[in-house]
Design a protein around this ligand. Sequence first.
Ligand SMILES: [Zn+2]
Ligand SMILES: [Zn+2]
Length: 355
Amino acid sequence: MSSTMKAFVMEAVGKVAVVEKPIPEPGPDDAIVKTTHALVCTSDVHTVRGALAIPLGRTLGHESVGTIWALGSNVHDFEVGERVAVNAITPCWRCEYCQRGFPSQCGGMLGGYKYTGQMDGNMAEYFVVPAAEANLARIPAGLPDAKAVYACDMLSTGFAGAENAELRIGETVAIFAQGPVGLAATIGAGLLGAGLIIAVESKPERKKLAERYGADVVVDFTEGDPVDQILALTDGHGVDAAIEAFGFPETFEAAIRVTKPGGRISNIGYHGENPNPLGIPLAPFGMGMSDKKILTALCPGGSNRMERLFRLMSSGRVDPTSMTTHEFAFDEIERAFQMMANKDDGIIKPLISFP
Ligand SMILES: [Zn+2]
Ligand SMILES: [Zn+2]
């Protein structure tokens, strides 16, 4: 049997490749998973553009599922051969940050993001799951891998946006941008009982999906200032909460402008690509006394959350697979990545199947 595997790596800033690497061995608390399916993420595109200072040759990817190949000596809750998934964020669950209830910040700022950031990612034929007993989750029978893989990042992050919006039944919410994370936030807002969901998007295929996933109104920012449109839809008062899932200073500011006093601004957009600081418009922020809250999140992980996301998919309440606009075999990964980088052909999420 071969002791090497193929892995999709960042060779240099702006350059990716598939290379041979040794199949990893588990440390005492780790599991090794043989990959079946993965999703390419816009975060990987940001990373290759130089957003993260990582060693060259680091494996990309953080949205993969598969079957257990090997287990470390301390991992007793799982068996080789089981179908499993792991969240993009893999905290230690032991450190001060984890114990304070912020596992995404494990060990320090954004420290729960270990795949790609601190170790090889999982866009490879085999990958390591650290702290496997707390981070692995069994995929229920009947839930296909190609669906379960949405729990790794898209649903967890999008739902975190909706959860941080602290929605009460019947409230109003605006969601900026309907990429995969924004679409998941739209689903999440519906699950939490929002009474009016306003999605902001201009691309036709994304507008259509936003409606399918529960948006009552889709505001097209190419047809006028989205802030004016959202204020008009809410009798000039604004929404109870705004979710920023785009990651630009303009949308962050717009989220503050459309939120009524006492409302919540929930950020799940990645703001690392633009060097400008985020601005807070003073009048819409009540000169700092508006009782508006700004909340932020990084994809919450852990087996319990993964199991809850699986339950929503197993019951049929949530089906994210309409976001899978393209499918590729792993040997076509470079093409899938380039399409994601260029946003070609209406791409939302490319699903990668492993041999
Ligand atoms: Zn991702
Ligand atoms: Zn920790």
